[in-house]
Design a protein around this ligand. Sequence first.
Ligand code: NAD
Length: 295
Amino acid sequence: MTILDGKQTSQNIQSEIAAEVEQIKARGEKIPHLAAILVGTDGASQTYVGSKVKACARVGFESTLITLEADCTEAELLAEVDKLNTNDEIDGFIVQLPLPNHIDEQKVIEAVNPLKDVDGFHPSNVGKMALNLPCFLPATPYGILQLLERYKVETEGKHCVVIGRSHIVGSPMSILMARNSYPGNCTVTLTHSRTRNLSEITREADILVVALGKAEFLKADMIKDGAVVVDVGITRVDDPSKERGYRIAGDVDYEQVAPKCSFITPVPGGVGPMTIASLLMNTLQAAKGKVAVHG
Ligand code: NAD
């Protein structure tokens, strides 16, 4: 069994990006600049945005964090989006989700200039992804593809089962793994909360991407020997033995499942760190003025 080490792989990618930024600086060209808009004071969102800003500093990017009050209006947020759309200093930007309930998330996503949409959430980028055209890929699926590629995991002709159909993970993962490219060329089954006989389907999987948000959901009797298991889940589980009172659990019962796998991602240290690396890769591509050709 091989651990797909997202922490190490993310560090490798960040070193590669940092080296490229050094070359950009040496040529006297503009340093890549990522901006993030954070609305409100949700703890998890603050942590995520904070780690993205820190990652920018590590690789030598410029970054700008714009914070808005939780009760800001949709119009105020859209005005900030518009400023970033037209500010030539900013190469790419993200609006940290989720947004407060009084703001129409889809409207905000669609207001972002697709050429600066380094989260890859704009319908224009989603459509291009489906057509295998150059675009920004959403960060978490892109990170998973990077992990599979860097560990040379075979995907062609394999049966890939994805659990969860969210717009940010499961659904794009199913599209990407079915594309005529590497990683890809899989026969894909996309499963969700209405799927019947899930275990029968997962036991047929050569590659399993588990993204449903239920701690330790996938058990050993749900997979076949030698499966590749990618665990996307991040759930806080109460744990009085920890100083902070909780631990982070994935969607996979790692202790049980890992011995049966050919490859598996741990949680933490698997998919999570790769998401940040992907955002930086997208930002670098945005700065270069051309959108990455993935596959
Ligand atoms: P979501 O809550 O938007 O969607 C969950 C999906 O799981 C839904 O499509 C639902 O139909 C499906 N589902 C629920 N119960 C199911 C069941 N019993 N059987 C089959 N399918 C079922 O989830 P999301 O935003 O994709 O996030 C999933 C998990 O991944 C969460 O734990 C989240 O925190 C984590 N996540 C991690 C990263 C990362 O960088 N590592 C990024 C995004 C999300």
